[in-house]
Design a protein around this ligand. Structure first.
Ligand SMILES: NC(=O)c1ccc[n+]([C@@H]2O[C@H](COP(=O)([O-])OP(=O)(O)OC[C@H]3O[C@@H](n4cnc5c(N)ncnc54)[C@H](OP(=O)(O)O)[C@@H]3O)[C@@H](O)[C@H]2O)c1
Length: 290
């Protein structure tokens, strides 16, 4: 392996056991590039242990890294809301410490941010739109973004809408019930703009290879309610739509989670790669087709 690494572009995934990080490192390997990744899990197949919850982190970036993807984070909106201090330590303070170490080695960073840096009231915000988060999770992302921008032009901030895969637990559960002709309930006033994790992995890698830096948006092409998504799943597996029952999130969820829009304008993806935002309905239906 060591000899291989000298001759090829080496990539690093911070948080290689995360949902996106796992798929990303498999994608990079499929592109015949060597990849190292960190994990905080004992017994992970990772080559490097890294826990962002420690006061003193004993870690050094490896040599020869072409780009580092930052995927590790406390990703629960509710946990960030309930324990802002604890989650900020991981998501902001220690994230920035590791990013500074990468900068000192001149390693460009691809930082995974979120559509939740916006308040959801602007329709299709582009990469230059003013950020104004409503959630603590979104606020923590903005704190890292602001520091990263000041660290130089080589770094990439990638804001993502919701990322899903074939084994998205909510859809799996719905499909199992629908196939048994059982009713499911889905929110008609709670929206998302789903993207497939395969598309996200490929695009993250393209962004890292391009080495242009700056802010990028990766988003589904429109906002769709969970009710609409459930109807699409019912249609795809050929069961009656009456099995999908409307439910109102407004009555159950805290206001902070009910962003009116989650969709982003992906201007730079279009101009640099000629890629349009993927169709959300195709993404949803593909989860049961493959
Ligand atoms: N998935 C999405 O829809 C989405 C949308 C927008 C933005 N993003 C962003 O994309 C990134 C990856 O998201 P994801 O959904 O793949 O995340 P995820 O599956 O929730 O995984 C988060 C990873 O961070 C690790 N982690 C948590 N606390 C840590 C700590 N103290 N030290 C080191 N690692 C720690 C977790 O370790 P364990 O595995 O050991 O728990 C896990 O591997 C995140 O920054 C997220 O905010 C994701």
């Amino acid at each position: 392996m060591a000899a291989d690494l000298k001759n090829k572009d080496l990539y690093l995934v911070i948080g290689g056991d995360s949902f996106i990080g796992r798929r990303l490192r498999i994608y990079i390997l499929g592109e015949h590039k060597p990849v190292l990744w960190t994990s905080k899990r004992k017994g992970s197949s990772s080559n490097m242990y890294l826990n962002l919850d420690q006061e003193k982190m004993v870690w050094e970036p490896p040599h020869g890294v072409k780009a580092a993807f930052f995927c590790a984070a406390k990703t629960s909106i509710l946990e960030c809301e309930k324990t802002p201090e604890e989650t900020r330590k991981v998501n902001v303070k220690n994230t920035l410490k590791i990013i500074k170490m990468l900068c000192e080695r001149s390693i460009p960073v691809v930082y995974l941010s979120s559509s939740l840096v916006f308040n959801g009231r602007i329709c299709y915000p582009d990469e230059s739109a003013k950020i104004s988060p409503v959630t603590e999770y979104g606020y923590q992302k903005t704190l890292v973004e602001k520091e990263l921008i000041n660290m130089g032009p080589a770094h990439n901030i990638v804001r993502l809408s919701k990322v899903i895969s074939n084994d998205y637990p909510l859809f799996q559960n719905w499909v199992t019930r629908l196939k048994q002709q059982k009713e499911i309930e889905a929110f008609c006033d709670y929206y998302f703009s789903p993207l497939s994790v395969g598309f996200v992995s490929r695009t993250l890698f393209d962004i890292a290879r391009l080495q242009k830096g700056g802010v990028w948006h990766i988003s589904g092409n429109r906002a769709v309610s969970y009710y609409e998504a459930a109807l699409a799943l019912a249609e795809t597996i050929g069961v009656p739509s009456k099995l999908v029952v409307k439910k109102h999130a407004e009555k159950i969820l805290d206001k902070v989670f009910l962003s009116p829009s989650t969709v982003l304008k992906c201007s730079r993806l279009e101009s640099w790669f000629g890629i349009s935002a993927p169709d959300v309905m195709k993404t949803i239906k593909n989860t049961v087709k493959s």
